[in-house]
Structures are given as structure tokens and as C-alpha cells.
Design a protein around this ligand. Structure first.
Ligand SMILES: *Cc1c(COP(=O)(O)O)cnc(C)c1O
Length: 371
């Protein structure tokens, strides 16, 4: 039997590189509380992500929760979001005491269908939280036009979009804020970690309060904050991984090209459209299993699994169909999201994946299909 191949594998620097980098912590004994590595990573990420401000947080989910909280929306207000995402996006809205209103997505790229947003706006709507799902860039211009027309905030869940640029501008610079995840399984990781990016400097102070108990001095607590600081070990992991990020993304790009070459002639296997003027990060390799393929998505998932290939059904079930949300919120028509959730399969992809692994996976897909 061939070795197991999982959908992803965490990127790590060389052991010696990390050990050398954490050595100063044994002199300073300064392990957290916005230490020099936390600040250094914020500064390097501003450059790399091409954004004005970065606030580092303990993980992507807390980055989302705090970014939403920072806007101080009235309780029970509505936020338009997508059900075709990781559960965290909606949890962050609901845990802030706000109501998610699910908007359908486009089958062409899985992002929020901007043409279906306006019909969902009510007098309670305060914001839109779209997701650059798989690193596919949302229709940011159209979404901003709608937000401006109705006076709504836009917070992007950019957890999949590290390093992505649109029209020569860092993706974190679109909207009022964007949130990144640096979880171990993402393109760039700090083991666990995340960040909020934005342009308004007041937001930096607000997030600083929210991630550090609102403490502003030895005897001063000025806000009711949580604890969501990124620690120095995590920040150093980030500094090491950031040195190698371009190489890692180039490897991903080559592997995606190889997948495409292998799978382009298989009937009923489709990939998402990529938008013009996007510099991609090749975070995932999702395929859409259409009716013309000889098997259903679930059948293909099982077939790969029997052969030790662990693809994932991201994102199935939809957030709106999960036990904790089903029948709790307005049931908007989510036809395209439902269709995608039934058809999508994310194939293994990470920088160290070998060409022969892709050949093996593609051959398994081809055996069951008609070329
Ligand atoms: C990973 C992810 C998150 C949450 O990030 P964590 O760092 O795991 O907390 C949020 N949204 C999306 C779309 C994600 O993929």
C-alpha cells in the first residue's frame, strides 16, 4: 500500500533555524505581551501583505471576533455573510450577539454573489462579511459599491488569502478590515495565529485593547477586552516561515499547474475560474465533480480514501445546514452554495508534495472518469 497523503501538511522552517531564532528568549525571558518579535512580525507583515496596519492575534477566529467587536455594532444587528466557508466565520458573528444573514455564492468561484446582496439588506443590516474562499478574490469593487450605497461596513474573511493581491494591492487593504489565519494548516503559519489588517489607526488601538484586557497602564484599564495576544514563540515561527514564503508559494503554483495538466482532459472535473488582475497564493486545489464525471463527489472521495489519499469535502455541509444553525436563521435561497457543497473536493496540496504523488492522485481520478 502506498503512503498516506493528507490534504495538507504544515510548513516548518529547518529545526536549527527555529532554535537559533528563539535563543534570545532565554536571555530576555520575555515570552508574550507584545514583545519585540510580536512587533517585528507586525512590521514585516505590513510590508509583505501590503497593508497600512496589522494587529497580530492568537488565532484567526479571535481575529474575526475582535474585528467584528471593534466596530461596536448594536446587538441583534444583521450581518450578511456566506454559508460556503469554515464554520468560524458565522460563529464569530453569532458570538458577538449579531445575526448572520446567509447570501448565496457564485458557482464560478465560490465567493459571495454580489448580485444577491442587495435583496438581503434590511434596516438592521450593519455589515457584510464575505470570504475570499480558497484564496479566490471576491468581487470587491461591487461589494464596496453596495456597502457605500447603504452605509455598511465590509470585513473580509481573508483566512485563505495570505499574500494574495488584486489590482497590485494587498487583499487585506480592501474593505474596512480583513482577517487572516496563520493556523498550522494555512499557507503561512505561526503554529496558531491570526491578524486583522485595516487602514484606520484608531482601529489598532481598539484591537490592542480587545486583545489585552483593555489594559493601558499599570493602573489603567480603559476597555473590556479579552486576551488574544500572539506569544513570542508563535511570532518567531512566523518570522522564520515568512523568510521562505515566496519559495513555498512558487512550489504550490508549480504543483497546481501539474494537477491542471493531468486533469484538464477528464470529463466532468472542473476547477474554479480565476479572476483577472489577481496574484494568487495557490492555497488549495479544489475540484468540482460535475454530473458528466462517472462518479459522485462522495464516490470519488471514498475511492481516493480507499487508496490512502485523504481529500476533504471543504465546504460540506454548509454552515447554514450545521446542527447549531439549521432552521435558526432566515432560510434564503442558497442554491449555488448547496450545489457547490455537494460537488466540491479539495485535493492534497502543500509545498513538499511530490510530482509523483500528484500523478498517483490524478491517475486514480482518471481511472474512474472518461478521458
Ligand atoms: C482557518 C479559518 C478561520 C479560522 O482561523 P483559525 O486560525 O483556525 O482560528 C476562519 N475562517 C476561515 C475561512 C478559515 O479557513
Amino acid at each position: 500500500m502506498n503512503d498516506k497523503i493528507l490534504v495538507t501538511r504544515s510548513t516548518m522552517p529547518a529545526f536549527e533555524e527555529y532554535v537559533e531564532a528563539i535563543r534570545p528568549l532565554w536571555d530576555s525571558h520575555w515570552l508574550t505581551n507584545m514583545g519585540c518579535f510580536h512587533r517585528e512580525l507586525e512590521s514585516q507583515l505590513k510590508d509583505y501583505l501590503d497593508v497600512q496596519e496589522v494587529s497580530l492575534v492568537v488565532n484567526g477566529h479571535m481575529a474575526l471576533e475582535l474585528a467584528i467587536q471593534a466596530f461596536e455594532f448594536p446587538s441583534n444587528a444583521e450581518i450578511i455573510t456566506t454559508p460556503f466557508t469554515f464554520i468560524s466565520t458565522t460563529h464569530a458573528i453569532v458570538r458577538n450577539g449579531l445575526k448572520p444573514v446567509f447570501c448565496d455564492v457564485k458557482v464560478s468561484d465560490g465567493t459571495m454573489d454580489d448580485k444577491k446582496i442587495e435583496g438581503l439588506i434590511s434596516d438592521k443590516t450593519v455589515a457584510i462579511i464575505p470570504v475570499h474562499v480558497y484564496g479566490n478574490v471576491c468581487n470587491v469593487d461591487a461589494i464596496q459599491r453596495i456597502a457605500d450605497k447603504y452605509g455598511l461596513k465590509v470585513i473580509y474573511d481573508a483566512a485563505h488569502a495570505f499574500g494574495v493581491k488584486y489590482k497590485d494591492k494587498g487583499i487585506g487593504g480592501y474593505g474596512d478590515a480583513a482577517v487572516f489565519s496563520f493556523h498550522a494548516t494555512k499557507v503561512f503559519n505561526t503554529i496558531e495565529g491570526g491578524a486583522v489588517t485595516f487602514s484606520a489607526h484608531e482601529m489598532y488601538e481598539k484591537l490592542y485593547n480587545l486583545k489585552n484586557f483593555g489594559i493601558r497602564g499599570e493602573e489603567i484599564v480603559s476597555d473590556i477586552g479579552a486576551n488574544a495576544k500572539m506569544n513570542e514563540f508563535a511570532a518567531i515561527m512566523g518570522l522564520c516561515n515568512l523568510r521562505h514564503i515566496s519559495e513555498a508559494i512558487e512550489k504550490r503554483e508549480r504543483l497546481c499547474a501539474y494537477y491542471l495538466e493531468e486533469l484538464s482532459n477528464v470529463r466532468g472535473i472542473r476547477v474554479f475560474d480565476s479572476k483577472k488582475a489577481v496574484e494568487r497564493n495557490y492555497a488549495y486545489f479544489p475540484i468540482i465533480v460535475e454530473k458528466e464525471y462517472n462518479m459522485s463527489r462522495n464516490g470519488l472521495y471514498d475511492w481516493l480514501r480507499e487508496n490512502n489519499i485523504f481529500a476533504r469535502k471543504y465546504f460540506y455541509p454548509l454552515t447554514s445546514d450545521q446542527e447549531c444553525y439549521k432552521n435558526k436563521f432566515k432560510d434564503n435561497k442558497l442554491e449555488c452554495a448547496k450545489e457547490l457543497a455537494e460537488k466540491v473536493l479539495v485535493l492534497p496540496l502543500y509545498p513538499e508534495l511530490k510530482r509523483e504523488d500528484i500523478k498517483r492522485i490524478s491517475d486514480l481520478i482518471k481511472i474512474k472518469g472518461k478521458v
